[in-house]
Design a protein around this ligand. Structure first.
Ligand code: NDP
Length: 253
């Protein structure tokens, strides 16, 4: 399984203090990577790093808001100063705001687009500049079923995740020649804090179970296989793709 081995690689996963990002850092660390946990809440990062280290993993944390370009630039300058090379970037941090489009304020629209889409461009650009200089790198953007399809009340999120899908393609066509693979994962409905209101909503659950071939919610650690694949040499000729990990939902009519 050497082609899935991440030993000697360093992975930055945004929004990895909890939820899907947290499962992804655990998976990348178990495959041998040194992982850098990110989020806004420093206490959550601290406890995630503590738990990863207690499990024998090589982990550290860096708090920054993915919507703050100044903080992103400062984080990368510190990586440079400390000799930290980001070989694997997972653009995972994201938020959801649910409202009908006619009730969405422009400020909320911008907040969703900046957190879910613009952050992936800015952090991706900073990581890629350094990856290009080294001649290799892996970028994994977290999309969604919303990268392809829409549901009422999540318009800005759908626009952002459609953008993530095409940003991934844009990264791939410009950076493949430099040894970088940029791909995306499209999770289906997963059991995380982001979905707490839906998980508790009986009507939504009954709609979901009628639609989803696997007849169940996804668990965060079910993304690990795709993440390790896309972070590892096993995917060195895979570029610009989005892999859906969704219990078959995007395949069903
Ligand atoms: P959670 O709400 O459970 O976790 C969000 C994570 O992102 C936290 O670590 C949070 O940090 C961090 N975060 C949020 N805003 C920022 C910010 N501005 N700067 C830095 N970190 C931030 O979300 P999920 O794990 O469910 O979602 C993760 C990704 O997966 C998102 O991109 C989401 O759109 C996507 N996704 C999720 C699906 C699902 O069913 N859950 C389905 C499809 C896609 P903190 O703890 O500091 O707040």
């Amino acid at each position: 399984m050497a082609s899935f081995d991440l030993s000697g690689r360093t992975a930055l996963v945004t929004g990895s203090s909890r939820g899907l990002g947290r499962a992804i850092v655990e998976g990348l660390a178990a495959a041998g990577a040194r992982v850098i946990v990110n989020g806004v809440d420093a206490a959550r990062i601290h406890s995630a790093v503590g738990e990863l280290r207690a499990a024998g993993h090589n982990a550290e944390g860096v708090a920054f808001d993915v919507t703050s370009e100044a903080s992103i630039l400062a984080a990368f300058e510190k990586f440079d100063a400390d000799g930290v090379r980001i070989d694997i970037l997972v653009n995972n941090a994201g938020i959801q705001v649910r409202k009908p489009l006619v009730e969405f304020s422009t400020a909320d629209w911008r907040r969703v687009i900046e957190t879910n889409l613009t952050s992936a461009f800015v952090i991706g650009r900073e990581a890629a500049k350094r990856m290009i200089a080294r001649g290799h790198g892996k970028i994994i953007n977290i999309g969604s079923l919303g990268s392809e399809m829409a549901r009422p009340t999540v318009g800005p999120y759908t626009a952002a995740k459609g953008g993530v899908r095409n940003l991934t393609r844009a990264m791939a066509v410009e950076w493949a020649q430099h040894g970088i693979q940029a791909n995306a994962i499209g999770p289906g409905y997963m059991l995380t804090d982001m979905n707490q209101a839906l998980i508790e909503n009986a009507e939504f659950n009954s709609w979901l179970m009628s639609r989803i071939p696997s007849k169940r919610w996804g668990k965060p650690d079910e993304l690990v296989g795709a993440a390790v694949f896309l972070a590892s040499p096993a995917s060195d000729y895979v570029n610009g793709q989005i892999i859906y990990v969704d219990g078959g939902m995007s395949a069903a009519m």
